[in-house]
Design a protein around this ligand. Structure first.
Ligand SMILES: Nc1nc2c(ncn2[C@@H]2O[C@H](COP(=O)(O)OP(=O)(O)O)[C@@H](O)[C@H]2O)c(=O)[nH]1
Ligand SMILES: [Mg+2]
Length: 285
């Protein structure tokens, strides 16, 4: 297995350091609600359904987003803004997903944003009381981007079930920072903000664990398809991932390719019609 480290700050030490400056951090947070002009960084919130993504979103932006179902069938991602330190952040609350190998429209929307929207940081919110199931998505996200912070949410629920999680060990194994939180009571959110900010600005460099299992034949085939993709779509992010999905026969990706949609899935492209981007009304948190 590859050696994994989170550099340069060890997560345990980081958390301890932040305890003493939590008040300072909170004072540094300015919720911007729907004002997302001139953002410096885009942060995506990904995770399984019901892990507290919207609770984190609301706490950081000062917006009140419905938890529960949205009216109608349109898949929605919500966007809001906050300012922290000297930087402005756009936060995108993605629909729940168990996997990036999308099987539902929700998962497709989440996958496309993580893969092609090129967020500066992806927060993967996981349920601390159901860690094993939740790590599936986290590991898939770590395959495609280095800039990940794992938000180990529902830590209060985990405790209630008698579970303790060694988050420092988990961070070392994953190679990215892990921040324990109970978002409903705002516990740990200051540390989360500081960590997201440090990853965004490059103060923390992540070294995610990646499975290296390509056989020479697979590598040669993937290299060839990847080169073709670069020729067809010079601006396509994560062409390697797309190449591997094509070789795997992923129908959704093959169809997107046949419809000529892959090139549209970049950060600057307009939102696809299926996605209803709502910019929420600001309300006191
Ligand atoms: N006990 C506890 N409940 C939480 C926590 N975070 C969120 N919740 C609750 O979990 C439910 C799902 O949260 P939500 O933010 O809608 O999850 P999402 O589907 O990932 O957006 C809501 O009832 C929240 O109030 C937490 O840290 N602890
Ligand atoms: Mg939600």
């Amino acid at each position: 297995m590859d050696t994994v480290t989170v550099e340069p700050i060890e997560p345990g030490r980081m958390a301890a350091g932040c305890e003493s400056c939590a008040a300072h951090n909170a004072a540094n947070l300015r919720r911007l609600g729907v004002d997302m002009s001139d953002w410096d960084y885009v942060v995506a919130l990904a995770g399984n359904p019901n892990v507290g993504k919207s609770t984190v979103f609301n706490a950081l932006t000062g917006l009140r987003q419905h938890t529960g179902n949205w009216p109608g069938k349109t898949v929605t991602r919500a966007e809001g803004g906050f300012e922290y330190g000297d930087a402005r952040f756009k936060l995108v609350d993605l629909p729940g997903a168990y996997s990036l190998l999308a099987t539902s429209l929700d998962e497709e929307v989440a996958r496309d944003f993580i893969l092609f929207g090129q967020p500066d940081v992806t927060i993967v919110v996981v349920d601390a009381s159901r860690l094993e199931r939740n790590l599936n998505l986290a590991l898939q996200v770590l395959e495609i981007t280095d800039r990940v912070v794992v938000c180990l949410n529902l830590i209060d629920e985990a405790k209630r079930h008698g579970l303790t999680i060694d988050e420092r060990h988990l961070a070392r194994r994953l190679g990215v920072p892990v921040v324990p939180t109970a978002a409903r009571t705002r516990q740990g959110l200051d540390e989360l903000l500081q960590t997201v900010s440090d990853v965004a600005t490059g103060k923390i460099i992540c070294k995610p664990h990646r499975a290296r299992h390509e056989s020479p034949d697979l590598k040669a085939a993937a290299d060839e398809v990847e080169a073709d993709l670069h020729r067809l779509y010079p601006n396509l992010p994560n062409a390697r991932w797309v190449a591997l999905r094509l070789l795997d026969g992923d129908e959704a990706i093959i169809q997107a390719m046949q419809r000529g949609e892959l090139g549209d899935l970049t950060r600057s492209a307009p939102d696809s019609e299926a996605v209803n981007v709502i910019r929420l009304e600001a309300a006191p948190a």
